[in-house]
Design a protein. Structure first.
Length: 482
């Protein structure tokens, strides 16, 4: 989703895992078995470069003459931010060859053979439609524990550890079971309901805080020939970006925790039923843009920026990804899901925000210290600001916006985070169980319901069966909230 977690029209998928999540293209999501094969390479520790001497200037002990290879997902965030940070790596280690930079949208298919052969690159932006399954990689012990990076001094203030410079929840997202940190989520993504403030002003409307108000606004828009909602119909695992925090708002965050933990009957919770029925009402009343089930995320975003629909469930990468078609006066904004009614357990403002754009260092990387050092450079204030300026997204670095003029989209993201306070949820299905989240819950469950091919009750029954099967599947590693 993860990436999480942003991206350019790749013809494959957004950064797509969602997050990372996302998908451009027409490539099917890899199965768990295929990903397991990807993660089954032999050890090649004998091919690692000799570690350098750790010093104040080189705390991770990078070999100053060793080559470094970085693979970046070339999606909504592009690749220039990484290239700029790589230049800083070469400036810090002038005796090393120029960083080998590879940009691709086909992470899975290009890197699977290299994992199998024990020759993976040193740093990977594991995102996009072909994102490798992080749960499988962690379970197969194919990733390097990034704790040394987390405990290293930060670039800007050596008295602070890198872990102390991160936004809330980022470190925990990289942990799957206990203290080791397997993933560094570089972007900080705000998920929610995206809209044009200009479009609402033309309807003399405000963003609806209750579901009754949402339906009333959709009815008003329909009379003007405007759909209430659209979404990535071919990749309906985008819908949870607003649906999951809606469920949490109705029933409390513990409902999402039970779902993540694959607990029996978790999907049969009344909050899930209420949320599904509310979304299904959008379909029944004709408030979904006609043809939406056949749209990619790029196509749905384009219809939205053209003013054909008011609302779009998405993540904060959408500003950069949709930039080519967004009118200058669009005033892009994000909002938390509307509430259901006064019985909701959490207040309006409850939102999903978390790390996105997952970076990993393979356990068999030749230059793992170099991979971690590249991440340390990226987590400096200068690199963070560069990222934010280029791609219009916050980074995992807790700061990096001072002195920057923020767009309406970014400013609204900052504002909703402030309003949410502690009411920020972070569902983990998209990290822990990619196949379950994308193919089964997203496409076969929610997607079928929103296309009118299944009722909420049928979708819930099907999804619960998928979750139960995953819970019983001993071929995959299972995770639980600690």
């Amino acid at each position: 989703m993860g990436s999480t977690s942003a991206h350019k029209n790749e013809g494959l998928g957004r950064r797509d895992v969602i997050k990372r999540s996302a998908a451009l293209g027409l490539i099917s999501v890899p199965t768990m078995g295929f990903l397991s094969a990807c993660a089954s390479g032999d050890s090649s520790s004998d091919k690692k470069v000799e570690k350098g001497k750790a010093t104040k200037a080189n705390p991770l002990g990078v070999n100053e003459t060793a080559p470094l290879e970085v693979v970046i997902f070339d999606g909504g965030f592009g690749q220039q931010y990484a290239i700029d940070a790589e230049k800083k790596y070469n400036a810090a280690f002038p005796k090393a060859p120029k960083v080998k930079h590879v940009a691709t949208q086909k992470i899975q298919s290009q890197l699977q053979p290299r994992f199998n052969g024990g020759t993976p690159p040193d740093l990977i932006d594991n995102s996009g439609a072909e994102q490798m399954d992080m749960g499988v990689l962690v379970g197969k012990k194919q990733l390097l524990d990034l704790t040394p990076l987390m405990d290293a001094p930060s670039i800007d203030d050596p008295s602070k550890k890198v872990r102390d410079t991160l936004r809330p929840g980022v470190l925990e997202m990289g942990q799957f079971d206990g203290d080791p940190v397997w993933i560094m989520y570089y972007a900080y993504t705000v998920y929610g309901v995206w809209y044009s403030q200009t479009a609402l002003e033309k309807l003399d409307a405000q963003y609806p805080e209750t579901w009754d108000d949402m339906l009333a606004l959709c009815a008003k828009a329909k009379k003007q020939g405007i759909a209430g909602w659209t979404y990535a119909g071919k990749y309906p695992y985008y819908l949870p970006f607003s649906l999951y925090p809606f469920i949490a708002k109705i029933g409390g965050r513990e409902v999402l925790d039970k779902i993540d933990n694959l607990e029996p009957n978790a999907w049969k919770d009344p909050a899930v039923k209420a949320a599904f029925e509310a979304y299904y009402e959008l379909y029944k009343k004709g408030y979904i843009l006609k043809g939406t089930p056949g749209l990619t995320h790029i196509q749905s975003q384009t219809e939205w920026t053209k003013g054909k629909a008011l609302f779009l469930p998405n993540g904060s990468w959408v500003e950069n990804e949709a930039a080519p078609t967004t009118p200058k006066d669009f005033k892009m904004m994000v909002a938390p899901p509307s509430g259901l009614d006064a019985s909701d357990k959490l207040p309006f403002g409850t939102i999903w925000a978390s790390g996105g754009e997952p970076f990993i260092v393979p356990a068999n990387a030749k230059n793992p210290e170099g991979g971690m050092e590249q991440l340390r450079i990226m987590l400096s204030e200068e690199s963070s600001k560069n990222f934010t300026k280029q791609v219009k997204s916050l980074s995992a670095f807790n700061g990096g916006t001072d002195g920057l003029t923020l767009s309406t989209a970014m400013q609204s993201g900052v504002d909703v985070l402030k309003k949410a306070g502690d009411n920020v949820v972070n569902p983990r299905l998209q990290d822990w169980y990619v196949k379950l989240q994308k193919e089964q819950i997203g496409v076969a469950g929610i997607g079928e319901m929103m296309a009118g091919r299944a009722t909420p009750a049928e979708a819930i029954k099907k999804i619960q069966a998928f979750a139960d099967a995953a819970a019983k599947d001993q071929s995959i590693k299972h995770y639980k909230h600690q």
